[in-house]
Design a protein around this ligand. Structure first.
Ligand code: ZN
Ligand code: ZN
Ligand code: FE
Length: 735
C-alpha cells in the first residue's frame, strides 16, 4: 500500500486484524509504504482485504494498493517485521497531528502516569514532520532518537493491543523530553511546576517565549492591553493581526462567531488558525487586530498547550510566531535566547529538538469549506495529486509568502510557508527545507521553474542552479495553473487573476489579469488599464501613491505633505522610478487612500483589508466601468469617487460591487469569444471574501462553472504549484 500509511498506527491495525481473522504472515514499512503478507483461509483473506479499506486508522490515507497471490509458506504466526529502507523509494509522511482525545485524557487524569506530561502522544496524534530526519519513519530517524524508552513505554511500544504500539515519539515523564525554564538549562529548577510558573507569569502580564511543535511562540494574555501593546512594540510588528489561542470551542465562541464548519476546522486533526468574524462585545483590546473585523483563532494542539490553559487565570493567549519581524520562526533553544531575549520576559522551553520548522497554518471558511491561506503545520508534507505522472521538478515559488514545490510521480510536494524571501535567514530556511524534502521524498529535480521577476531571490536561486533545465513561468499564469491543478482540470479555462504584483511578459507590473490559460500556455485577453506607479516598494507601503495614478486625487489625500505629493507627481511625469501597472491590489490601495482610510500600510494588503472591513453590506449600487479593447478601465469610477465624496462605507461597497460586475462582464465576453465556460479565480485579492462571494455569485448565476482554491493558497503561497504543473507540461511538449 502507498499513501499515508506510516506513523498513523497502520501496522498495529494490520496486526490486530490478522489476529482476529486467524491469519499468519507479516507486516512491515518499507521506503515506499507498507507491505503485508497474509496466509490463511480464503474467506479470512477476503475479509482482511475488505477491512483494510473500511476499518483503517483515522489518519491513514490509502493512495493505492497492489494485491498479488503467493504460494503458502506454512507459517503459523503473524509478526511485525523491522522496516526496510530502499534507495530511490519514498513513503508519504504524515503531517503533525493535534493531541487526540485519548492522550488529552491521559495527561489530565491524576491517576495516569502521564498526568501533567507535556509530551504525551500516540499513534493517532503527536509530532511527525517536524521531528523526522529521514525515512523510513522510525524512532532513530527522529529527534526522539536520543531518548531511551523506559520499561513501561517500551512495553506499550511493543504491545500491538496498545494505542502506543510503534508510536515513534512515545515517551513519559520517566524517560522522555522535559520542560525547563531556561534555554540550555538541563531541567526545571524552580520549586513549582514549569507550567504553573508559566501560567502565573502570563496572568501577571509577562511575555513568554514558548517552544511548541514547529517553533517558538511569543505569548501573552490576550485580554491584557498592556501586555499586548508591549509585545507589539518589542516585536516591531506595528499592525499585523495577532492570532489568539483559547482553551476550547466554548471560549472561541465567546470571541468569534463559530458555525459548525468553522468548529470542525478548529478542532480537526490539523488545528489551524481559523480566521473568524469577531464578536463586537469581546473584552479583547483593539491592538490584537487593529481595524480588522476578523480574528485568527486556534485551539490547543499539543499537551503543553492544553496544560497551559487548565486552571489558568487567563482565557485567551496571543500566540504569535517567535521571530523578529520577518525572519523565520525560531526553533532552537540557544537561538531563542539570542533572538527573542529582547522580546520575552521568560522562556518555557524543552529538550525535544524541532528538526523542521513549521509555522501555524491559517485557513478561512468560504461556502462551508476550509480555504488554506497559509499552509504549514498540520498540512505539510501532505502531497497534492496532480493527476498524472510528471518529471521530477523543483518550482521555486515567488517572493512574498514563499512556498516551493517538488514533484515526484503524481505528487506535488508543497513546502511549508517560508515567509517573505527577502533576507538571508529566510533563504537559509528555504535551502534547508529544500534539502530535507528532496531527501524525504527522494527527489532529484531535472528542471527548475521560476518566476519571471528578475529581482526575486527565488528567481536568482533558480537561475544559479547548475545542471538542470530552467523554465520561467509568468506569475499570473502560475496562479491560474495552481487553481486548475488542485481542481484536477485539464484543457483551457478562463483565468481571473486579481493580485498585488507580478512581473508581466511586457516588463510592466501585472495584477488584474484575464487569461485564457492551460498548462501549456496562456493568452492575456484583458487586464486592468495600466496606471503609472511611482516609487517601487515604497508604493506598496504608501497607498496614496497608487491614488496619484488618477487625476484629481491630490485633493483627496489630505494628510500627505504637499511637497511629497509634488515629488511623486514629478517622478510620474518624467518616468523616474515609475512603472506601469495593472495591479488590482494597487487599485484597492488607491480607493482606500481616496476615502481617507490610510496613507501608510504597515503590511502588504492592509489598506485592502480595511476597505473590505468598512463595506456597507446593504449598498447594492455600483459605479460605471469601461471596456476598451483589452483594457478594463476604471477611470470613470475613480473620478466619481474623487468628486462625489460619498461616505467611505458606501464607496467601499460600490467599489466591491463594481469590481465583481466588471469581472462578470469580462468573463461573459471571453466566453462569447472562446466558448470556454470554466472560470478559475486566483491571486491574493481573492483573500477578500466579499469580492470572492460577489464574483462567485455573479458568475454562477450566469452559468459559469466556477473553480476556487481550497488546498493551495490564492496568494503567492500557491504559485509554486502552478509553476510546477506548467513546467511539467512544457517538458512533455518539448520532450
Ligand atoms: Zn494520541
Ligand atoms: Zn517512559
Ligand atoms: Fe501573486
Amino acid at each position: 500500500m502507498r499513501g499515508i500509511v506510516q506513523g498513523v498506527g497502520f501496522r498495529p491495525f494490520v496486526y490486530n486484524l490478522a489476529q482476529r481473522l486467524n491469519l499468519a504472515g507479516y507486516v512491515l514499512n518499507d521506503s515506499s509504504g507498507l507491505i503485508a503478507e497474509v496466509e490463511g483461509a480464503p474467506a479470512a483473506i477476503e475479509g482482511f482485504l475488505e477491512a483494510l479499506g473500511s476499518e483503517h486508522p483515522p489518519l491513514a490515507w490509502i493512495q493505492d494498493r497492489v494485491v498479488t497471490s503467493l504460494p503458502p509458506t506454512g507459517d503459523g504466526e503473524f509478526r511485525i517485521r523491522p522496516s526496510v529502507a530502499e534507495t530511490g523509494k519514498f513513503a508519504l509522511i504524515s503531517p503533525d497531528i493535534a493531541t487526540c482525545a485519548a492522550c488529552l485524557a491521559d495527561c489530565t487524569d491524576p491517576g495516569n502516569r502521564r498526568y501533567g506530561y507535556a509530551f504525551t502522544n500516540c499513534t493517532n496524534c503527536g509530532p511527525r514532520y517536524t521531528i523526522i530526519r529521514d525515512i523510513p519513519y522510525d524512532r532513530p530517524h527522529t529527534t526522539m532518537a536520543g531518548f531511551t524508552m523506559c520499561e513501561e513505554c517500551r512495553a506499550e511500544y511493543q504491545n500491538p493491543a496498545e494505542r502506543r504500539f510503534h508510536a515513534q515519539p512515545n515517551a513519559c515523564p520517566a524517560c522522555g523530553p522535559a520542560l525547563s525554564a531556561e534555554p540550555g538549562g538541563a531541567g526545571f529548577s524552580l520549586p513549582i511546576s514549569p507550567i504553573a510558573e508559566a501560567q502565573r507569569r502570563l496572568a501577571d502580564g509577562e511575555i513568554l517565549a514558548i517552544k511548541g511543535l514547529g517553533g517558538f511562540h511569543l505569548a501573552c494574555d490576550a485580554r491584557n492591553p498592556g501586555a499586548v501593546g508591549r509585545l507589539r512594540a518589542r516585536k516591531r510588528r506595528s499592525d499585523k493581526p495577532f492570532a489568539v489561542m483559547v482553551g476550547n470551542l466554548e471560549a472561541a465562541r465567546e470571541l468569534c462567531v463559530v458555525d459548525d464548519d468553522s468548529a470542525r476546522a478548529l478542532s480537526g486533526p490539523r488545528h489551524p488558525i481559523v480566521i473568524l468574524p469577531r464578536r463586537e462585545d469581546t473584552a479583547l483590546p483593539d491592538d490584537i487586530a487593529p481595524g480588522n473585523p476578523t480574528l485568527g483563532v486556534m485551539l490547543p494542539y499539543t499537551p503543553l498547550h492544553h496544560l497551559l490553559f487548565r486552571g489558568a487565570a487567563f482565557q485567551a493567549l496571543v500566540m504569535t510566531s517567535g521571530n523578529l519581524s520577518e525572519e523565520p520562526i525560531v526553533v532552537e533553544n540557544h537561538d531563542a535566547r539570542q533572538r527573542l531575549g529582547g522580546v520575552a520576559d521568560w522562556f518555557l522551553v524543552h529538550n525535544r529538538d524541532i528538526y523542521m520548522r513549521a509555522d501555524d497554518s491559517v485557513v478561512r471558511m468560504f461556502e462551508g469549506e476550509e480555504r488554506v491561506m497559509r499552509r504549514s503545520r498540520g498540512y505539510v508534507p501532505e502531497t497534492l495529486d496532480v493527476g498524472r505522472e510528471v518529471p521530477e521538478l523543483l518550482a521555486c515559488g515567488g517572493e512574498l509568502k514563499n512556498v516551493f514545490c517538488l514533484t515526484k510521480g503524481t505528487h506535488a510536494i508543497l513546502s511549508q510557508h517560508m515567509g517573505d524571501l527577502e533576507n538571508y535567514e529566510t533563504l537559509v530556511f528555504f535551502e534547508e527545507t529544500l534539502a530535507n524534502l528532496k531527501k524525504l521524498f527522494r527527489v532529484d529535480p531535472r528542471a527548475v521553474a521560476y518566476d519571471l521577476h528578475p529581482g526575486y531571490l527565488s528567481t536568482k536561486y533558480a537561475l544559479g542552479l547548475e545542471g538542470v533545465e530552467k523554465i520561467g513561468v509568468q506569475h499570473h499564469h502560475a496562479h491560474i495553473a495552481s487553481c486548475m491543478a488542485e481542481n484536477g482540470l485539464t484543457g483551457e479555462v478562463i483565468g481571473v487573476a486579481m493580485d498585488g504584483t507580478g512581473y508581466g511578459v511586457d516588463g510592466a507590473i501585472w495584477g488584474g489579469e484575464f487569461l485564457v490559460a492551460g498548462y501549456a500556455g496562456f493568452t492575456r485577453r484583458a487586464h486592468l488599464r495600466y496606471v503609472p506607479l511611482a516609487g517601487g516598494d515604497a508604493a506598496v507601503r504608501e497607498p496614496w501613491r497608487s491614488a496619484l495614478g488618477y487625476p484629481g486625487a491630490e485633493e483627496r489625500i489630505a494628510g500627505v505633505p504637499e511637497e511629497r505629493v509634488r515629488a511623486v507627481r514629478r517622478m510620474m511625469a518624467t518616468g523616474t522610478n515609475t512603472v506601469m501597472t495593472s495591479s488590482c491590489g494597487r487599485l484597492f490601495d488607491a480607493v482606500a487612500a481616496l476615502v481617507g482610510l490610510r496613507h501608510e500600510a504597515n503590511f502588504e494588503g492592509q489598506a485592502a483589508i480595511e476597505l473590505e472591513a468598512i463595506v456597507d453590506p446593504s449598498c447594492e449600487e455600483r459605479y460605471e466601468f469601461d471596456i476598451a479593447g483589452e483594457e478594463l478601465d476604471f477611470r470613470a469610477m475613480m473620478e466619481r469617487i474623487v468628486k462625489e465624496r460619498a461616505a467611505p462605507s458606501v464607496v467601499a461597497a460600490r467599489f466591491h460591487n463594481t469590481l465583481a460586475a466588471a469581472i462578470l462582464e469580462m468573463c461573459l465576453r471571453m466566453r462569447r469569444e472562446s466558448g470556454i465556460g470554466r472560470v478559475c479565480l486566483s491571486g491574493g485579492t481573492f483573500q477578500n471574501m466579499r469580492l470572492l462571494a460577489l464574483a462567485a455569485r455573479a458568475l454562477r448565476a450566469s452559468g459559469f462553472e466556477l473553480f476556487l482554491h481550497r488546498k493551495a493558497p490564492p496568494n503567492d503561497g500557491g504559485i509554486a504549484l502552478g509553476q510546477a504543473v506548467i513546467a511539467a507540461e512544457r517538458m512533455k511538449i518539448l520532450g
